[in-house]
Design a protein around this ligand. Structure first.
Ligand code: FES
Ligand SMILES: [Fe+2]
Length: 382
């Protein structure tokens, strides 16, 4: 798992007037709205003696710890230490890590890392959001699996035939099933994708009017950063489904996924439920496969799996992950696990670049030099 990306922490609707505990990257965060309705995200561990802030109360612009009532504002600065009295000056070292928040597309994103604003990888844009001729739905679901496996599933053209009976023929036409050309779509520096054409079965139900019988379907997909994926499906000449998947790794065994789905057909609200039900039908087929993968976490070396040309985008994603690890963004999960319940860590926030002296240690990161030495593996392409 990696610091320095935007992670979806909740839906806009979920963030009401109560603080919310959200787990991401193996750490707990508190997400709340201040008196202006602005969403805020702080590390959940109180710097006094480890209280869980999410179990506390919102007081104006602050979150109040349930243990001894210390109050922290949305920037993580301690504003009140009741046991010192109201005149006391408050030491800067009591500060808690606070993370930039961007609420859009019906989701609350937090930037979990310490990069200054100009250097942050952007959130994958939903270009159709609010545009005439499009309608969007937002839904979320849980995966008992590792997020990288799910991202890789999203950029894998070869699984459709076998996993999705709506997109393929379940291998019944094996003699003619072959992944053809994958036309590369660049959206560097944060990701890459491809387009390809495949034969799909007839559309079902209401959708039949958009294409009669089976036909060729244009599909494009690509990753953006470590945890965002776009998938464009064009079943007919003017029949488009554009999907955006934002994933929050809870830990190495659990992921929460948020799916924003834009469509340019059946724009009435009453069709939303049907579209969302269809999305979950397909998503559950993927979930079943991903939850059973072995090992659950992606192997460190590509040669521990046998990759073929249809896996080229996955190899590209893995190479990019290693580039991010070489920047020092990869969390050292073995070191975190070794501390067990004996240490609380914080994902470093941007303020750590300006202020020295923090109570919690920054989470251990894998030494970037380890990835600088792996050039051959990074370049591996079948
Ligand atoms: S532990 Fe939070 S105020 Fe004491
Ligand atoms: Fe799939």
């Amino acid at each position: 798992m990696y610091i320095n990306f935007w992670y979806p922490m909740a839906t806009t609707a979920e963030l009401t007037d109560q603080p919310r505990k959200v787990r991401a990257l193996g750490q707990d965060f508190v997400v709340f709205r201040d008196s202006q309705g602005q969403a805020r995200c702080l590390a959940n561990t109180c710097t006094h003696r480890g209280g869980s802030l999410a179990n506390g109360k919102i007081k104006g612009d602050c979150i109040q710890c349930p243990y001894h009532g210390w109050q922290f504002n949305g920037e993580g600065e301690c504003q009140k230490i009741p046991s010192l009295g109201s005149k006391a000056s408050i030491p800067g070292r009591t500060r808690i890590d606070a993370y930039p928040v961007d609420e859009r597309y019906g989701l609350v994103f937090a930037f979990l890392g310490d990069l200054p604003e100009a250097e942050r990888p952007p959130i994958l844009a939903v270009k159709e959001w609010g545009q005439e001729g499009w309608r969007t739905t937002v839904q979320d679901f849980h995966l008992n699996g590792y997020y990288e496996r799910s991202i890789e599933n999203g950029i894998d053209p070869a699984h459709n035939e076998y996993v999705h009976d709506t997109h393929g023929f379940s291998g019944e036409r094996e003699e003619e099933y072959k992944i053809g050309d994958m036309r590369v779509e660049e959206n560097a520096p944060w990701g890459r994708g491809f387009w390809h054409t495949f034969q799909a079965p007839p559309l079902q139900g209401d959708l039949k009017k958009y294409r009669a019988g089976e036909g060729s379907l244009e599909a494009g997909t690509g990753y953006h950063g470590t945890n965002h994926v776009w998938t464009y499906i064009h079943p007919g000449p003017n029949f488009f489904i554009h999907q955006y998947l934002y994933e929050r790794p809870i830990d190495e065994k659990n992921t929460h996924l948020y799916l924003v789905c834009a469509r340019n057909f059946s724009l009435e609200e009453k069709t939303d439920a049907y579209v969302m039900e269809r999305n979950m039908y397909v998503a559950n087929q993927d979930v079943k496969i991903i939850e059973a993968l072995h090992p659950m976490v992606t192997p460190e070396k590509n040669n521990k799996e046998y990759m073929v040309p249809s896996d080229q985008c996955i190899l590209d994603y893995r190479a990019k992950q290693k580039e991010w690890a070489a920047k020092g963004w990869k969390i050292d999960m073995l070191a975190v696990a070794a501390s067990g319940e004996r240490a609380a860590y914080a994902i470093p926030s941007p303020a750590r670049r300006r202020q020295k002296g923090w109570v919690l240690d920054a989470i251990p990161l894998v030494d970037p030099a380890r990835y600088a030495e792996q050039r051959d593996d990074i370049k591996a392409v079948v």
